[in-house]
Write a protein that binds this ligand. Structure first.
Ligand SMILES: *Cc1c(COP(=O)(O)O)cnc(C)c1O
Length: 382
């Protein structure tokens, strides 16, 4: 098999009239040939050539058999979680993306699906399935926002032995750095809004799988919900994904430079990068991923004036999201994870002094200078 960049860039080959960028087909409907003939496309929600092109590029990127593009990451996540029927149970690894958590907490119970929240999936065992009807384990690695590492292969082995599917949200690392399907996951979801699009002006989501039966169910969910990616967004995503490897390389190396420059700063109580929590997690991370990605988190010292710190940043924007061209910082406890009930928030150690940074494409030296001046200026109250 060719390398990931070649595979992704060349996924569509040369199209009609020598076209190398995918054509945008905006038609809502497709004229059907008279009786007996066949047109692969009928109506835009069910499928259109530009969305198919984006799905082909995304499948190539991941080396997956099937990819399905949705209008947002949450629409894609929902297509996976909606595979659960009334009476079936979900195990959700926490911490996890706030929107996924909110859906499990507020919406799934209305469909008769109960969720168990586990803050250490690496300890998952047969006992977690005993006497219950668990049909899916849903997780992230690294987790959001404390970048804990879940051993995907081991979790998949335990889940499969107990008849449950494994779904992984791979948004933080992207297929360039981690391939959950090859580690044993049945389904992968990503918010394309983040690294896949990479530009900070496109919202989308994608589900991938190697299994025919699951692909049929996801395609059915896509058609039923109607939460499909539009043709122009599909075109933009197909093109954007081709530069993912170079963007990710650059953002990842900048993240490592920034972390090195600020680690040990007296205003920082704790600093997290993927695998930094323990020797065991570092070993798993190095085994299952090709790199740490471009997100890190830090906790300011007790009493630090977080608002003043954020206000003193000049280059880095105070905004949720990640994978954009602009470097961003957010307060997960108050923003992305505000749906968490206090008991869960405490369990996963997400304090309001914890800040999550997503490094963008600015010059690393400028990001370092900005962060260092802001950290130098941290005042502690009392
Ligand atoms: C942003 C995000 C999502 C949701 O994606 P949207 O495109 O915003 O709907 C899901 N998971 C993770 C890890 C995310 O960062």
């Amino acid at each position: 098999m060719t390398g990931i960049s070649t595979r992704t860039v060349r996924a569509l080959g040369t199209m009609e009239r020598g076209t190398l960028a995918p054509p945008v087909y905006t038609s809502s409907t497709f004229a059907q040939p008279p009786a007996g003939g066949e047109n692969a496309f009928c109506y835009q929600r069910g499928g259109n050539p530009t969305r198919s092109a984006a799905e082909k590029v995304l499948a190539a990127l991941e080396g997956a058999a099937h990819a399905f593009c949705f209008v947002s990451g949450m629409a894609a996540t929902r297509a996976i979680l909606d595979l659960l029927d009334a009476g079936e149970e979900l195990i959700l690894g926490i911490p996890i993306y706030g929107g996924t958590y909110r859906y499990a907490l507020e919406v799934l119970p209305e469909y008769g699906v109960q969720t168990t929240y586990l803050d250490d999936l690496n300890a998952l065992s047969d006992a977690d399935f005993a006497g219950r009807n668990v049909k899916m384990v849903f997780l992230e690695s690294p987790t959001n926002p404390t970048l804990r590492i879940n051993d995907i292969a081991r979790i998949a082995e335990v889940a499969h032995r107990n008849g449950a599917l494994v779904a992984v949200d791979n948004t933080f690392l992207s297929p360039y750095l981690q391939l959950p399907l090859q580690l044993g996951a049945d389904l992968v979801v990503q918010s394309a809004t983040k690294y896949l699009a990479g530009s900070g002006d496109l919202m989308g989501g994608v589900v991938t799988t190697d299994q025919e039966a699951l692909a049929e169910r996801i395609h059915f969910a896509q058609k039923c919900s109607g939460a499909v990616l539009a043709p122009i967004e599909s075109y933009r995503l197909a093109q954007a994904v081709k530069t993912l490897p170079i963007r990710m390389d650059r953002q990842q190396s900048a993240m490592l430079q920034v972390v090195e420059a600020i680690s040990g700063h007296p205003s920082i109580e704790k600093l997290w990068t993927p695998g930094s929590e323990s020797e065991q997690e570092r070993e798993v991370q190095e085994r299952q991923a090709r790199g740490p990605g471009a997100v890190f988190s830090l906790q300011l010292v007790p009493g630090a004036d977080v608002d003043a710190f954020l206000a003193s940043l000049e280059t880095i924007s105070f905004a949720v999201s990640l994978g954009h061209m602009e470097s961003l910082v957010c307060i997960p406890a108050l923003q992305t994870h505000d749906a968490f009930i206090p008991e869960h928030l405490e369990k996963v150690a997400v304090s309001p002094r914890l800040l999550r940074f997503a490094i963008g494409l600015e010059d690393p030296e400028d990001l370092i200078a900005d962060l260092v001046q802001a950290l130098d200026g941290v005042q502690t109250e009392g």
